[in-house]
Design a protein around this ligand. Structure first.
Ligand code: OAD
Length: 235
């Protein structure tokens, strides 16, 4: 069976109503990225940062997976252990759609951890009555389980192994600007994979792509998935 790997970014959730990052002049909901997505920003103004992540968490709960997410669950059903999904998204929509082989490399809004003792708690369990939720184990400040700028993404070792062994890398809805994810296409290509992308605009790393389909994930991904299943079988 062929190994199929998918890398997703904010564009795949756009049709679920979640705004992408680079469509508003580098501002996230009117905040500068470094104010709300860095350890320094959190140290300076934890209340602002928590207000931002509470709003993003609520937005993710209100959103529903779209046809592109569901197409990827079909791909996993067919390819089983030969399928892996790496996502830069923190909205949890792939898991809600039914994918299980998911690597959430930038963390997830649904979890938080203590900035002192690092114990984890579901965001839904946090007590927000104090504005900054407090760790019930050690009394430290809880923070969103999101990989901020200057921090190291999760699962990099596992992802490297997956990329080196994949036959196809499907890159969906990402601008190809933020590393290390933007460099995954190079690893896969050097190790012999066919690289295919769908995005509204040409991604920054276009030169490493064998095929690029400009357009919306919700429209194009189900078609590409049908073709992969038809041509490479699976279950
Ligand atoms: P970006 O906002 O940089 O890119 C999203 C891409 O999706 C853009 O190139 C859009 O053109 C495209 N797009 C929008 N709607 C689409 C649709 N319906 N179908 C297809 N493409 C569409 O988001 P990412 O590449 O995911 O990091 O950004 C990568 C990382 O940068 C994020 O994970 C985040 C951010 O800083 C962290 O939070 C650590």
């Amino acid at each position: 069976m062929k190994n199929i790997t998918v890398l997703t970014g904010a564009g795949i959730s756009a049709e679920s109503g979640i705004r992408t990052f680079r469509d508003s002049d580098g501002l996230w909901e009117n905040h500068r990225v470094e104010d709300v997505a860095s350890p320094q920003g959190f140290a300076k103004n934890p209340v602002l940062v928590w207000d931002f992540y509470k709003a993003r968490y609520q937005q993710s709960l209100d959103a529903e997976p779209n046809p592109a997410h569901y197409a990827l669950t079909r791909l996993e059903e067919h390819f089983g252990d030969s399928f892996n999904l790496i996502t830069q998204n923190v909205d949890g929509l792939h898991i809600r759609a039914g994918n299980t082989r998911v690597y959430e490399m930038h963390g997830r809004l649904a979890m938080a951890f203590c900035s002192s003792c690092r114990s984890k708690t579901a965001t839904s369990e946090l007590d927000f009555s104090q504005k900054i939720p407090i760790c019930t184990t050690c009394g430290g400040n809880m923070r969103a389980d999101i990989v901020w700028f200057g921090e190291i993404p999760y699962y990099l070792y596992e992802i490297d192994e997956i990329l080196k062994n994949t036959d196809f890398l499907l890159i969906l809805g990402t601008s190809g600007v933020v590393y290390p994810a933007a460099g995954f296409v190079m690893t896969a290509k050097i190790f012999g994979a066919t690289t295919i992308a769908v995005n509204l605009e040409e991604p920054e790393n276009r030169r490493y792509l064998d095929e690029f389909y400009p357009g919306k994930c919700g429209e194009l991904v189900p078609q590409i998935v049908d073709k992969l299943i038809q041509n490479y079988g699976g279950r």
